[in-house]
Design a protein around this ligand. Structure first.
Ligand SMILES: [Fe+2]
Length: 393
């Protein structure tokens, strides 16, 4: 195929102070009753009020829904949708990390659909999204998931995760203000930041990558590569937060259009079975998946190394692609994320079950530059368990 289908959020405001555009944007829709979906912790530390107070001052009626949990289980989505259907809302605003934003998408779209959220799941659902739903504005408070620019909502099932995807799940307006990320604790900055970096890297090596997504992905890697450590160790650093916010937004656009692949496929069961956060799941797997597949895309690995600020000068492609993996390993270690599955108390006996669930993620695995079968996945989990780099023989 010589062309790519590219989909972008209709409207985004990105940058320090962009939150000021919220009230004028809401005014365009003239809503009578707004549902705000957010994380209880964000309400506790006052970030939600920062967003909602100007709306209340402008006379809008707001209902706050804070029953959001990280890595949202399907039941959380079902409960919120049923609440939304009863509430007669005419706009949804999501404030928070990926879970809050994904749930806000579900609330907005399924408010006008029938049946359960489960009926629309990608792997097991039987129904199709047919209506646009309520207008939705998404406001991320972490630099990570990119949910504000994708048409995906991820839900945790009993042992793994599944998604609902449709372009009607895209935000009508995304507001990405790094000011909201200043108070994010360092461990969450690290995990969400590595998630964003993984989005950019997987998009760059995806079989669906295009010159447009390459530009987005490489710039995301540059921005995240130069600022992740500073954002983790000195959260008040404004420039680092701006870089992370821009990087996460670009990575979201890149992976939404080129896809994520093996790292996410293997990460989902870690979240589903062991409740590791999405960011940590990706972080602990990233070096092992890349080491395993690097010989299928060595030049791209060298590009990633250079975007991370490393130098490939005087090195062979083989050497530089190996150093790319090592550079990422060091970066993840430096931001305080454990480097092997054993460190997360995941028993070796669980690796077979993880493999079975990861192999079901065919949509993701199909984008890997090196096709990964069940045997490959099992080898990568073993490598990640032991903390030993293994390459495809
Ligand atoms: Fe992700």
């Amino acid at each position: 195929m010589s062309f790519s289908k590219l989909v972008f959020t209709p409207l985004s405001y990105v940058g320090w102070g962009s939150l000021e555009q919220l009230v004028p944007e809401v005014q365009n829709y003239q809503p009578k009753k707004i549902l705000v979906v957010t994380d209880p912790l964000l309400e506790k530390i006052g970030i939600v009020q920062e967003v909602t107070s100007p709306l209340e001052e402008a006379g809008y009626e707001i209902t706050l829904y804070t029953e959001v949990v990280p890595e949202s289980p399907l039941q959380t989505g079902e409960k919120l949708v049923s609440f939304t259907r009863k509430g007669q809302f005419d706009m949804v605003i999501g404030i928070g990390g990926g879970s809050a934003l994904d749930l806000a998408k579900l609330a907005a779209v399924f408010a006008v659909h029938e049946g359960k959220v489960a009926d629309y799941l990608h792997l097991t659902g039987t129904k199709k999204v047919e209506k646009r739903g309520l207008p939705k504005i998404l406001i991320p408070t972490t630099s990570g998931t990119g949910s504000e620019v994708t048409n995906l909502a991820v839900l945790s099932l009993e042992t793994t995760k599944d998604v609902i995807s449709h372009d009607y799940l895209l935000a009508d307006v995304a507001i990405v203000d790094p000011k909201l990320t200043i108070s994010v604790p360092s461990n969450i900055t690290a995990a969400t930041g590595v998630d964003a970096l993984t989005h950019a890297i997987e998009a760059y090596i995806s079989v669906h990558a295009s010159p447009v997504t390459d530009g987005l992905a490489l710039q995301a890697i540059r921005l995240i590569g130069r600022s992740l450590q500073m954002a983790v160790h000195n959260g008040e650093d404004k420039q680092a937060r701006i870089d992370m916010s821009n990087g996460s937004y670009l990575a979201g656009l890149a992976f939404f259009n080129a896809g994520v692949a093996g790292v996410h496929a293997l990460a989902y069961p870690l979240g589903g079975q062991f409740h590791l956060s999405h960011g940590e799941s990706n972080a602990v797997l990233l070096p092992y998946v890349l080491a395993y597949i690097r010989r299928s895309c060595p030049k791209r690995m060298v590009d990633i190394l250079e975007a991370l600020g490393g130098t490939a000068f005087s090195l062979s492609t083989e050497e530089a692609s190996y150093i790319c993996v090592e550079t990422l390993r060091n970066l993840i270690d430096e931001v305080g994320i454990p480097s092997k599955l054993a460190d997360f108390n995941i028993p070796e006996a669980a690796l077979d079950g993880l493999t079975i669930d990861a192999a079901k993620q065919k949509r993701l695995l199909a984008r890997s530059p090196l096709p990964l079968n069940e045997e490959d996945i099992r080898i990568i989990y073993q490598a990640a368990f032991e903390g030993v780099i293994k390459e495809r023989s």
